[in-house]
Design a protein around this ligand. Structure first.
Ligand code: G6P
Length: 608
């Protein structure tokens, strides 16, 4: 979603801003812009296209202080006039992530005070508010602080003034923002990856922080206005890990990185002979002993990981588990159980709905919380008592892949820890599970070898408008995930059903133009699934079956079988996810869509 980069330096900052914006492209955006101070004037460039277009029109623009932005429209259509930065009377320039909820009231008041609005955005009120205080003689920092007292909503904000070429001020509440510390130059960004070419020394701002940044240094003021310090951290994300390398798209790269991502995620757990609760945090053992159930909260792909985990947790650990979509839970009048462990799942750790759902759970009296997240310094991780970091590495493709499979690994480890603590796991079973986990990276690699076959298969889908995915039990959420992947990047309408539900509605859709994709593991529900597949064939539906060995589903006219290399028992959902990711990827390639940045979607959904 929206991204911010800002810089105050002794060199021309335009290349730094543009490269930063390019590195934020993966978050999703529909327009981009930048502004620099040059010769006591604001020079602004905006474009509704890709950052590449902004680069083209930026030739000759220079400045040693500037802010830049990628916008994902919330208030006002994607257009140049709505793109950031927004200016007030050519004196103040503002970039903003988040939503200002009371902008209409402020807009009315500022209009009456003589300010002319040139966009439909909520952001423009910030520019005029800061201007109104600044021209009354206040320092820029104070003008921003006063403006913030009038804002209701969420924000990360960067502000510069035409007559102040040495100063950048910024603030955060509800949207991430960090400082990048250089030598004789300093930066701001909403995501560390934007700054990796210039520095890996970062300061993560806290809620309510307001900061004054110059070339020589910075002063942070907390929500109460008191000068404060925040630790300088060296980001572990390397510049290389966000490069595309030899792959055509980040999504393809990330699908292929899964064996390594899983292996890295398992490192802390599988190095010892038994699985210890400590991998979820120092207080995990004591907390887990007190909890009687789990409440999993997540959005999108992460929600699907939660749905898989429910099967594991109830069957293996005997722990009751509810999984809720975060955006629903936060507004639902639910009955809280203070002994439930609230588990928030998120690749980014920034998703606004998941953060709000966690806060809501806490406000209802939930005291036990665990974040399973892929971004170490993210907001979500800082808000829970317990945490487990998946080690998938940066995920750039909007459609989540390696973050999902590593979430599943983390959730399986959680299942084993809880099962063991509840005496539901014999030492022998624990060793078997550990063995299966250690083998998982190799098993994942074998599934990736199916790629050429899936690439061929994808040719049959490019002309389709709809697709149906079927799964049962543990693999029903995998069918959901497969359908989501196809929707997200190929724009083919896809639905997923538990195969047993077919006859209660979706069977009416089945004809020769509706491909039906089935996940067919060799498990206890196989025979039931086979009956469901016959129901499809009998209606002339074309079947594509991802089948484990020894499932004895015959390839015949209208039935296409993709043979999975082996059966992974409880871990099977992780393996069965991979061919569906590859299928979506190759169908999208056939259709020529923007695989890594699908239309209308964002990687980090930092607004509601
Ligand atoms: C967006 C992304 C999805 C992701 C979802 C939840 O919609 O496009 O890929 O699954 O957000 O994100 P999170 O970072 O919380 O896992």
């Amino acid at each position: 979603m929206c991204g911010i980069v800002g810089a105050v330096a002794q060199r021309n900052v335009v290349p730094v801003l543009l490269e930063g914006l390019q590195r934020l492209e993966y978050r999703g955006y529909d327009s981009a812009g930048l502004v620099v101070v040059d010769d006591a004037k604001l020079k602004r460039l905006r474009s509704t296209g890709r950052v590449a277009e902004l680069i083209q029109i930026s030739a000759g623009t220079e400045g040693r202080l500037g802010i830049a932005h990628t916008r994902w429209a919330t208030h006002g259509i994607p257009s140049e006039r709505n793109a950031h930065p927004h200016l007030s009377k050519d004196l103040i320039a503002v970039v903003h992530n988040g939503i200002i909820e009371n902008y209409e009231t402020l807009r009315g008041r500022l209009t009456r005070a003589g300010y002319e609005f040139t966009s439909d955005t909520d952001t423009e009120v910030i520019a005029h508010l800061v201007h109104s205080h600044y021209v009354s003689g206040m320092p820029l920092l104070r003008a921003l602080q006063l403006s913030l007292t009038e804002l209701v909503g969420a924000y990360a904000i960067g502000v510069i003034a035409a007559d102040n070429p040495d100063l950048l001020v910024c603030a955060r509440r509800g949207s991430p923002l960090l400082l990048g510390i250089g030598i004789g130059e300093n930066f701001i960004a909403s995501d560390v990856s934007a700054l990796l070419p210039v520095t890996n020394k970062v300061v993560y701002l806290e809620e309510g922080d307001v900061v004054e940044i110059s070339r020589q240094g910075y002063q942070i003021y907390n929500a109460a206005g008191v000068e404060t310090t925040r630790p300088v951290q060296v980001s572990e994300i390397s510049n290389e890990s966000v490069q595309l390398g030899n792959y055509r798209h980040y999504m393809q790269k990330e699908i292929h990185e899964q064996p390594e991502a899983i292996s890295n995620t398992l490192e802390s757990a599988c190095n010892s002979q038994s699985i210890m609760p400590g991998i979820f945090g120092a207080e995990a053992e004591a907390s887990f002993a007190n909890v009687d159930s789990l409440l999993i909260l997540a959005c999108g792909t992460s929600y699907h990981a939660g749905l898989v985990a429910r099967y594991w947790l109830e069957e293996i650990a005997g722990v009751q588990c509810t999984v809720e979509i975060a955006s629903e839970y936060r507004y639902r009048a639910s009955v809280p159980n203070p002994r439930a462990l609230v588990v928030v799942l998120s690749q980014s750790g920034e998703t606004a709905d998941t953060q709000a759902a966690l806060s809501h759970a806490k406000s209802l009296g939930h005291i036990y919380s665990l974040a399973i997240c892929n971004v170490p310094e993210s907001a979500l991780v800082r808000q829970t008592k317990l945490r487990f970091l998946t080690r998938a590495g940066p995920e750039i493709g909007v459609a989540s892949t390696k973050a999902f499979t590593t979430q599943l690994v983390a959730l399986f480890l959680l299942t084993l820890v809880l099962a063991k603590q509840r005496n539901r796991l014999t030492a022998e079973c624990e060793q078997q599970h550990l063995h299966a986990l250690r083998h998982l990276p190799a098993a994942t690699q074998k599934v990736l070898d199916l790629e050429p076959k899936i690439e061929k298969l994808a040719e049959r889908f490019a002309s389709k408008h709809h697709a149906l995915f079927l799964g049962r039990g543990l693999h029903y959420p995998i069918a959901l995930e497969g359908a989501l992947k196809l929707k997200e990047i190929s724009y083919i309408h896809a639905e997923a059903y538990p195969a047993g539900e077919l006859k209660h509605g979706p069977l009416a859709l089945v004809d020769k133009d509706m491909p039906v994709i089935s996940v067919a593991p060799n498990d206890a529900l196989l025979e039931k699934l086979k009956s469901n597949l016959h129901e499809v064939r009998a209606r002339g539906g074309e079947l594509y079956v991802f089948a484990d060995a020894n499932t004895h589903i015959q390839e015949e006219d209208g039935v296409h079988i993709m043979h999975m290399p082996e059966h992974a028992g409880y871990l099977s959902p992780i393996l069965h996810t991979i061919p569906l990711q590859l299928l979506a990827y190759y169908v999208a390639l056939q259709k020529g869509t923007d695989v890594d940045k699908p239309r209308n979607l964002a990687k980090s959904v930092t607004v509601e």
